[in-house]
Design a binder for this molecule. Structure first.
Ligand code: ADP
Ligand code: ZN
Length: 748
C-alpha cells in the first residue's frame, strides 16, 4: 500500500528541537490523533502544510522515536503541548479511513467501560492490515535439494506434506508437518525448501438472497416477515427472537440476512463459540449458495488481513464471528444478529471489559441497523428491555416439523443413590441401557473437565490446591496431571502426599467428564463413546468431525461439558442425562439460578429434535428447587418473572446498575491497603450503595491477591461519573491495580 505524501516528512524541521524558524501559531494546524495504546486520550500533532488530514484518516505519527499508526480523531486539539514541542504528522496512509460510526463506537465503549480509548481503538485498528502488502510467500520443495543432508523425522514429515506440489505458508506447513516454524526456516536455509508464491485467497462470494431456502412454517413466516420489514426500514431497532430450541430461529433470521443483502447492506452475525459452528456454516451455505466471511482471533494473519480489507471495501457481505467482529470496518452495516444472546461468552473479561451483546446494540444504533437478539432462554436484561418497550418481541412457540419438546424427569439422588464411588443413578443407567438397545443416541452432560475436581489425601486430609490461585487442582488422569483451571498450572500427580508423605493415599473426589466416561465404559462396554470437552475437541476441525460422526450415527453415547449445549442439531439424539443439575447453583452468584436454567434448558434442547421424541433426566439433590421445578414444568417465563420479582426490590440488575472494582496486588497487604483506601473514598448518596471491600472468591489468582468492591445504583443513576470521581480520589501505588467491570457477569 502506498503512503501518500510520506516523502514530505523529512523536509520539516524536527518539531521537538527548538528552532528559530518555527512558524507562528496561526501558520499551522493541529489535529488530535488517537493511538492504539492505553493513553488517556488522543495526542495533538502538527499538520505539515502539504497534508490535509480529516477525522478518521489513518496516519503515521512519531511517538518515542518510533512511528506508529493512529487515527485522526474528532473534536478540537487539546493544546496540552506547546507549539514548539509539537511533533509533525508523518503521513496519511492510503487506507480506508475509520468511519464516524466506528469512531463513535470506540468513544462510546471507552466511556462506558472506563477503558482507555486507545485500548478500544486497538481492537478496531488491525495495524497489520494497514501496512504495505508483502507478496504472500510460502514454501515448496527445493528443485535441487542438497544430497548429503540428514533428515530428521520432523524434516521428513515436512517434505512429505509438500509432496503434493502445493506451496504452504510457514505456520500452515509447521502445523501439517508437526514441526516448529524454526525447523521450517532451517530447512529453507539448508536448501531443502525454496520460497514459493502462495495462491491468493478466493474472494468472498456474494450470498444470493434468492437462492432457494426452506419453506417456512406459518409462525416462522410471520416472524420472518416482521424481520424483513424491520431490515428494510434501514433504521435502528432491536428485536428479540424468542423461540424454543429447534423452533427454527436460525432459519428465520437468515431471512433478515437475505433482506439485508437485497438492501445492499452488510450483515454481521455474532456467535458465542465460532469454533463450534460447523453446522451453522453448512446451513448458511445451504441457504445462500456460498459461505460467509469468518472472523475470530485464531485466523491466520493473512486471512485476517484479507478479511479485514474485504469488509472495509464492502466486498464481504456477511461476516460471522466472535465478539471481536464487532469492530470490523463495515462501510454500511444493516443488520447485527446476536445468536444465543443469553450466553456469558459474549462478555469479554480481559483487557477492555465489555459485553458484546450490549455493544452490538450500540453499534446497530450508530449504523442505523436492525439488531436481532436470538435465544430460547433470553436473559433477564433482554426480557426487561422488551417489557419496557425498547425491544420488539417475536415468538416461535413450537418446534419445527411437529417435533415435540423433550419430556423432563428429575432423579432425586437422595432416593436413587448411585453405587458407592459411582455417579450415575440406577434410573439413568437403565434409561441409557434401554436407549442403546433400541439403537438410539444418548448424551451425558457434566459441566466439568478432567477426572476429578478435587484430590485429597486419605491419610492426613490434605487437599491438593494451586499455589497461585484460590482453587483446587483438577485431576486429568489421561495426561497424569493435576491442573489449575484458572492459571493453567499443571504438575504430575505426585506418588505420595506432599503433606504427610503417605504413599498411594491421594484419592479423587467427585466426578469430571473423564470419570463419567470411565464409569460409562464399564457399564456399557459395547457402546461407542465420544467425549466432547474443550480439551478433547481443541479446534473447529475436531468439533466439525465430532458433529459429523454423531449425525452419521457412528456414536452411541456422547459425554460432554457445556460444549454440547451449543446450538447443535443431532436428529438421532433422544436421551439426555444431566449428571449434576445442582452444579451451577452453588456460589451465590446473582445470576446462578438464571444461568443454570438457561444452560440446562439448552442441554435438554439437544434431545428429540426430529421425529423421535426426546427425554431428559436431571440428577439432583434438590428436586424442589425452583430451577428444577421450572425445568420440569417447562415454565421458563414464570421462572424469569420470579427472578425479576426477587431482583426488583434491591435494585439488582437489570432493575439497577452494578459496577465492580477489582483490586489486585503482589501482596495481601498491598491489596488490603488499596481496598481500604477505596472503601474510605467510596461515593455516598441517595440511591446508591457500595458493598465491600471483601476478599474476592478467587482471593488469589495467578499469584495476585484480590479484593472486590461493588457499586450498586438505581437504574437512572449513571455509574461512570461516580466511578471516575471515585478512582480520582485514590492513589494506586506499586504493584497494586484496580480493574473496573461495569455490568459484571462474573463475580469471582
Ligand atoms: P433453533 O435455532 O430455534 O434451535 P433451528 O433453526 O436450528 O432452530 O431449526 C431446527 C432444525 O429444524 C434445523 O435442522 C433446521 O434446519 C430445521 N428447520 C427449521 N425450520 C425449517 C423449515 N421451515 N423447513 C425445513 N427445516 C427447518
Ligand atoms: Zn492456579
Amino acid at each position: 500500500m502506498a503512503m501518500r505524501d510520506r516523502r514530505h516528512r523529512n523536509r520539516l524541521p524536527p518539531a521537538d528541537e527548538p528552532t528559530l524558524l518555527a512558524p507562528p501559531e496561526d501558520r499551522f494546524r493541529r489535529v488530535p490523533v488517537l493511538l492504539p495504546y492505553p493513553f488517556a486520550g488522543p495526542f495533538d500533532y502538527r499538520v505539515p502544510r502539504e497534508l490535509d488530514p480529516q477525522p478518521g484518516d489513518i496516519v503515521l505519527v512519531p511517538l518515542n522515536r518510533r512511528e506508529e499508526v493512529g487515527v485522526v480523531w474528532d473534536g478540537p486539539a487539546d493544546r496540552c503541548v506547546g507549539d514548539n514541542r509539537l511533533k509533525p504528522l508523518a503521513a496519511i496512509l492510503d487506507a480506508p479511513p475509520m468511519r464516524a460510526d466506528l469512531r463513535r463506537l470506540v468513544d462510546w465503549i471507552a466511556s462506558y467501560t472506563l477503558a482507555p480509548p486507545g485500548d478500544v481503538l486497538a481492537m478496531a485498528l488491525r495495524v497489520n492490515a494497514l501496512r504495505p502488502d508483502s507478496p504472500p510467500l510460502g514454501w515448496a520443495l527445493a528443485q535441487a535439494p542438497p544430497a548429503a543432508v540428514r533428515l530428521t523425522e520432523a524434516r521428513a514429515r515436512v517434505l512429505a506434506v509438500l509432496a503434493d506440489g502445493h506451496p504452504r505458508g510457514t505456520a500452515a506447513l509447521a502445523e501439517a508437518g508437526g514441526a516448529s516454524a524454526a525447523i521450517i526456516r532451517a530447512m529453507g536455509n539448508a536448501g531443502l525448501l525454496m520460497p514459493a508464491a502462495l495462491p491468493s485467497l478466493p474472494p468472498f462470494g456474494r450470498p444470493d438472497p434468492e437462492h432457494p431456502g426452506p419453506v417456512l412454517a406459518r409462525d416462522q413466516e410471520e416472524a420472518a416477515a416482521a424481520l424483513r420489514e424491520a431490515t428494510a426500514a434501514r433504521a435502528f431497532s432491536v428485536t428479540l427472537l424468542d423461540g424454543v430450541t429447534g423452533s427454527g430461529k436460525t432459519e428465520v433470521y437468515m431471512e433478515a440476512i437475505a433482506e439485508c443483502l437485497r438492501q445492499n447492506r452488510q450483515a454481521l452475525v455474532l456467535l458465542p463459540e465460532i469454533a463450534l459452528s460447523s453446522q451453522w456454516l453448512e446451513r448458511f451455505e445451504a441457504r445462500f449458495g456460498v459461505g460467509p466471511a469468518i472472523w475470530h482471533s485464531d485466523l491466520a494473519s493473512r486471512t485476517r488481513r484479507l478479511t479485514w480489507r474485504a469488509v472495509a471495501a464492502g466486498e464481504a457481505w456477511v461476516v460471522v464471528g466472535a465478539r471481536s467482529a464487532l469492530f470490523l470496518p463495515f462501510p454500511d452495516l444493516g443488520l447485527v444478529v446476536i445468536d444465543e444472546e443469553h450466553e456469558t461468552a459474549f462478555k469479554q473479561e480481559d483487557g477492555v471489559v465489555y459485553h458484546a451483546r450490549d455493544m452490538a446494540v450500540v453499534r446497530a444504533r450508530l449504523c442505523g441497523a436492525l439488531a436481532i437478539l436470538s435465544s430460547a432462554t433470553p436473559s433477564l436484561e433482554t426480557v426487561a428491555n422488551v417489557e419496557a418497550g425498547r425491544y420488539r418481541h417475536l415468538r416461535l412457540p413450537a418446534r419445527h416439523g411437529g417435533a415435540t419438546l423433550p419430556e423432563i424427569g428429575l432423579i432425586d439422588l437422595r432416593d436413587a443413590a448411585p453405587e458407592r464411588g459411582h455417579f450415575l443413578a440406577p434410573p439413568l443407567v437403565e434409561a441409557i441401557r434401554a436407549n442403546l438397545e433400541s439403537g438410539e443416541q444418548s448424551m451425558l452432560f457434566l459441566n466439568r473437565r478432567g477426572y476429578a475436581p478435587l484430590t485429597l489425601c486419605r491419610a492426613c486430609g490434605h487437599r491438593m490446591a494451586c499455589p497461585n490461585c484460590t482453587a483446587w487442582l483438577v485431576e486429568h488422569r489421561i495426561r497424569r496431571q493435576l491442573q489449575c483451571h484458572h492459571c493453567g498450572r499443571a504438575e504430575p500427580i505426585p506418588p505420595a502426599c506432599p503433606q504427610c508423605r503417605a504413599e498411594h493415599s491421594l484419592t479423587p473426589i467427585g466426578p469430571g467428564v473423564e470419570r463419567i466416561t470411565e464409569e460409562a465404559r464399564a457399564l456399557f462396554p459395547e457402546a461407542r463413546l465420544l467425549v466432547m470437552a474443550s480439551d478433547t475437541l481443541p479446534g473447529p476441525d475436531s468439533a466439525a468431525e465430532a458433529a459429523r460422526s454423531i449425525s452419521a450415527r457412528e456414536v452411541d453415547l456422547i459425554i460432554g461439558t457445556q460444549i454440547v449445549a451449543k446450538g447443535w442439531h443431532f436428529p438421532h439424539l433422544t436421551l439426555v442425562g444431566v449428571v449434576d443439575a445442582d452444579l451451577g447453583l452453588a456460589g451465590g452468584d446473582l445470576r446462578a439460578a438464571e444461568r443454570t436454567v438457561q444452560l440446562l434448558h439448552q442441554v435438554a434442547g439437544r434431545a428429540g429434535r426430529a421425529e423421535a421424541p426426546g427425554r431428559v433426566l436431571l440428577q439432583t439433590f434438590s428436586p424442589e428447587h425452583p430451577v428444577m421445578q421450572a425445568l420440569l414444568h417447562g415454565s421458563l417465563a414464570d421462572f424469569m418473572a420470579r427472578e425479576a420479582d426477587q431482583r426488583r426490590p434491591g435494585n439488582w440488575p437489570p432493575y439497577g446498575r452494578l459496577a465492580a472494582l477489582i483490586v489486585s496486588a503482589d501482596t495481601a497487604e498491598a491489596a488490603d491497603i488499596l481496598a481500604r483506601d477505596l472503601g474510605r473514598a467510596a461515593p455516598h448518596g441517595e440511591g446508591l450503595v457500595v458493598l465491600g471491600p471483601a476478599p474476592a472468591p478467587l482471593a488469589l489468582l495467578r499469584g495476585r491477591h484480590r479484593r472486590r468492591l461493588l457499586l450498586k445504583t438505581r437504574r437512572e443513576i449513571a455509574v461512570q461519573p461516580l466511578l471516575r470521581a471515585w478512582l480520582d480520589r485514590v492513589k494506586v501505588r506499586g504493584s497494586a491495580r484496580v480493574d473496573v467491570d461495569v455490568d459484571p457477569v462474573s463475580f469471582l
